[in-house]
Design a protein around this ligand. Structure first.
Ligand code: CU
Length: 111
């Protein structure tokens, strides 16, 4: 009886340890970038492959998010409010600009 209780306790502890591990397919932690008039904040972001980056518009003028060079190209709509997200599935360095204000730049690294 005593041995059986010990085995049950050990099995329960093992199940708890497994439950504490993150799922193998859990998405890497995402990051957020705020878009103001006229800058991205922060101007440099690094995420793991598979993570999602969300841009949130907080200014008064229209802005967009455009990859000018990088392993994948994408362009957001021109927006003045709300947010837009992109999941990054290709590793590398992305140079991002607002095409309306070419002085607005940021870099994104996907590792
Ligand atoms: Cu802009």
């Amino acid at each position: 009886m005593h041995a059986r209780k010990l085995i049950a306790a050990a099995a329960a502890a093992g199940a708890l340890a497994l439950a504490a591990l993150p799922a193998a397919d859990a998405a890497p932690k995402g990051k957020s970038v705020v878009i103001r008039d006229n800058r991205f904040a922060p101007t440099s972001v690094s995420v793991a492959k598979g993570a999602t980056v969300t841009w949130a518009w907080r200014g008064k003028a229209a802005h967009n998010v455009h990859v000018s060079s990088g392993p994948a190209r994408f362009t957001s709509p021109n927006k003045v409010s709300g947010s837009w997200s992109r999941r990054l599935t290709k590793k590398g360095s992305y140079a991002i600009v607002c095409t309306i204000h070419p002085g607005m730049k940021m870099s994104l690294t996907v590792k």
